[in-house]
Design a protein around this ligand. Structure first.
Ligand SMILES: NC(=O)c1ccc[n+]([C@@H]2O[C@H](COP(=O)([O-])OP(=O)(O)OC[C@H]3O[C@@H](n4cnc5c(N)ncnc54)[C@H](OP(=O)(O)O)[C@@H]3O)[C@@H](O)[C@H]2O)c1
Length: 257
């Protein structure tokens, strides 16, 4: 039986990964800050799917939290075969409106934790000659959108580079770039969603199914759904200045996260 470790496993996209991977018979290590919620989720998944679900409480905006997950990923006696770096959040407001502490916490969770956890996991995977890492980025990685977009652009670039360096090792890395997904994300960030057209919303379970298919196919970047593939095609041919104007206006309060 293989084991998957998911950060931000209790809600939204992370919870969808947990449901799907448990359904496929993987044991799980569930990581988030809310211990009670993790315990309830672990019990439900164990009872429904007969898998082992371990709870690991960790705040990934904190060195101690990152170190605890690194230690679990580095434990050679109970190896992790798939890592999903999914934990993340949005900050409401444009540049200079967001408190510096919140910007730095975002970089810690979206970039430093992803770097350290990917490294802790892939070291053992490389030795074993197999394993996978999904780093959850966003389509915001491809447009100018403050610290959030910049942090997700880092995730995409880092993942593509590491995947290249590890090619032929049996270890697969993939950056997952969703558009809008109905989760707790926007409410937690205090962002309104009324102005987002219905067609732009993706379903978390379908997103995860596509992501796992793309990982199996060996893709290093996954943009699930034809709608967002088409939009990202447009983004590529739109002048950067024009793009910045649009995404900066729609960003932070109502734009794609
Ligand atoms: N929803 C979207 O439209 C969308 C679009 C593109 C990309 N994404 C990305 O998808 C990922 C998941 O987002 P989501 O939409 O599923 O959000 P969500 O529903 O708000 O879930 C976020 C999860 O991350 C955990 N988390 C947050 N901060 C954490 C921290 N400091 N340390 C550890 N765990 C933490 C939360 O649990 P606790 O609060 O218990 O820690 C929760 O389990 C994020 O990286 C986000 O940037 C989302």
């Amino acid at each position: 039986m293989t084991t998957a470790l998911i950060t931000g496993a209790t809600a939204g996209i992370g919870a969808a990964f947990a449901r799907r991977l448990a359904g496929d018979g993987h044991n799980l290590v569930l990581v988030a800050r809310d211990t009670e919620r993790l315990r309830v989720q672990a019990t439900e998944l164990h009872d429904r799917h007969g898998i082992e679900a371990e709870v690991l409480t960790a705040d990934l905006s904190d060195d101690k939290g990152i170190a605890a997950v690194e230690a679990r990923l580095g434990d050679r006696r109970q190896s992790v075969d798939l890592l999903v770096n999914n934990a993340g959040f949005g900050n409401k407001g444009r540049y200079l409106e967001v408190p510096m502490a919140d910007e730095l916490a975002m970089l810690k969770v979206h970039c430093e934790a992803v770097l350290r956890l990917t490294s802790a996991a892939t070291a053992g995977m490389k030795e074993r000659g197999r394993g996978g890492v999904v780093n959850v980025a966003s389509v915001a990685a491809f447009v100018p959108r403050g610290t959030y977009g910049a942090s997700k652009a880092w995730v995409v670039q880092f993942t593509q580079g590491a995947a290249k360096d590890l090619s032929g090792s049996g270890v697969r890395l993939m950056a997952l770039c969703p558009g809008f997904v109905r989760t707790e994300f926007h409410e937690r960030a205090g962002m309104g969603t009324d102005s987002i057209p219905g067609w732009m919303w993706l379903d978390a379970d379908k997103l995860v199914a596509t992501a796992l298919m793309d990982l199996a196919r060996g893709r290093t970047v996954s943009v699930p759904d034809a709608r967002y593939k088409a939009l990202m095609g447009l983004v590529k041919v739109t002048p950067r200045g024009l793009l910045g104007g649009v995404t900066s206006r729609t960003g932070r309060r109502y734009g794609p996260q």
